[in-house]
Design a protein. Structure first.
Length: 96
């Protein structure tokens, strides 16, 4: 009877070891997957942010958000206004 119990204990130990190795492998796979997912999310997030910055820059440099160009200064001559004819005539006065 001692040999039968020993075989059963040995089989139970092998089963526990197999289950333990499976749990360890599952845990390592989860860690590896999380690390890969975090790296991928960081790269995608960075690309999105760079795209947004590029679109904003393009919009405000060349698009409708661009400031209107200031008119080029044209040489202006300083012309004094000519006196009008009506200002040289005396104002009519009312005579009784």
């Amino acid at each position: 009877m001692a040999t039968g119990a020993k075989g059963r204990d040995n089989r139970d130990e092998r089963e526990r070891a197999r289950i333990y190795r499976a749990r360890v492998a599952l845990h390592e796979d989860r860690i590896r997957r999380r690390s890969r997912d975090n790296l991928l999310a960081g790269i995608i997030g960075g690309v999105i942010i760079l795209g947004i910055i590029g679109a904003q820059t393009a919009y405000f440099v060349t698009g409708p958000g661009a400031p209107a160009p200031s008119p080029e200064p044209t040489p202006t001559s300083t012309v004094s206004p000519e006196p009008s004819v009506t200002s040289l005539l005396p104002l009519p006065t009312a005579t009784p």
